[in-house]
Design a protein around this ligand. Sequence first.
Ligand SMILES: Cc1cc2nc3c(=O)[nH]c(=O)nc-3n(C[C@H](O)[C@H](O)[C@H](O)COP(=O)(O)O)c2cc1C
Length: 447
Amino acid sequence: MPRAHTYPDPKPGDVILDFVGERRTIADYEAAGGYRQLERALGMSDKDIVDALQASNLRGRGGAGFPTGRKASFLAPPHPRYLVINADESEPGTFKDREIMLRNPHALIEGVLIMSWAIRAAQAFIYIRGEYFTEYEVLVDAVAEARERGWVNRPLPGTDYTPDIVVHRGAGAYICGEETALLASLNGFRGQPTAKPPFPAVAGAYMRPTLLNNVETIATVPAILAMGGEAYAAVGTEQSKGTRVFSLSGPVQRPGNYEMPLTGTFRELIEGLGGGMADGRAMKCFIPGGSSTPALLPEQLDTGLAFEAVQAAGSMAGSGAVIVVDDRTCMVQFGLRVAEFYRHESCGKCTPCREGVPWITSLLRRIEGGEAKDYEIDLLLNVCDRVEGKCLCPLGDACAMPVRSYVKLFREEFEAHVRLGHCPYHDMSPLSSLYPMPKSLLPLVPA
Ligand SMILES: Cc1cc2nc3c(=O)[nH]c(=O)nc-3n(C[C@H](O)[C@H](O)[C@H](O)COP(=O)(O)O)c2cc1C
């Protein structure tokens, strides 16, 4: 049976993943205090709810870390307005939203209903990644359970407001996690980013004012109302409040999702909860916030999990996906694998990403295959510079930033490939089964 909520004293696992194992039905959720915050919210004004979010200082858990209350306060006044939940979760290494949707779907649905009420949303959409079919079914069933209880598609008790929740499946494109691409896709257009402004707060779903948030962000809202904004803000650091779910992967003893207060450190997460390295391997580096974030070295393990701490260490907290890399891994192969992903997912709308990301991939493939000349390592850095900050959305940066960090931290590995004419790690690397891959994708590099 699930454990009860222990909101006043959040410890790892206590706010969102506050139970072990089984999926939570609506009865389990209610027994643990579920839907009481929605009842309370119905007695609060929209301003009170947004104020509680502002007081909590909750920052979005989707990647950018934007303050949630402030975003809600920006929503343009004209009705109809919409709420959109970003359940696209495609950043490699990230698997926390699926855990929330699979095991605690009513935390998300209660959060959706509270926020729908707060902005009087005409409809709420949960835009879920196409590959998450089981999670989609779980959510559809959970919405049906909430409907049976009278929380959906009927006026909420004591009000004339009727919420509606639509679970909408994406088609499996990473770019559709970017908010403007997601909204384009939801609106029936090709899933590609659009220039901002207009921001979603002004023109989003159906080109109407739209509040768009990540699954974990919205699933945290009931906990914030239960504790009170100030009490929630008492947990955490100066700029990063509350707890966050981290997806820990790579060769550690206990990979998985761990909810931790943002006062914690990567050492506590990786060596404490994750049990440290598996099979006696040594750590080469770790990626703190999903594959798009620059790598950090083992000597930086005492870096805090807080947004500002990761930034000060030279990387980004991103989506909360912590990927551990061991000493068998060739960082050129690793970089190539990461770049391949972004090349495949680049939507092609803007030139720096459409041309630059394949060029980064092609250079890495040449270096990995031992075909590159000396100057191509610096050319790789140069192309990264020309992509970063120059694209319509941050997808290009998501390729350039980590690749640059691998060259900066492990340049000797790149040089060894050029000097030896092959990959010195090839037989020991866990990625080697994926290579050799077809020769250069595009003949962009002069011989
Ligand atoms: C290429 C790209 C992919 C993204 N993918 C996701 C995603 O899968 N899920 C998500 O919540 N945010 C994703 N984001 C961030 C969203 O654009 C947006 O900032 C976020 O959903 C806002 O919610 P939050 O304020 O609650 O964090 C992505 C951003 C970019 C640039």
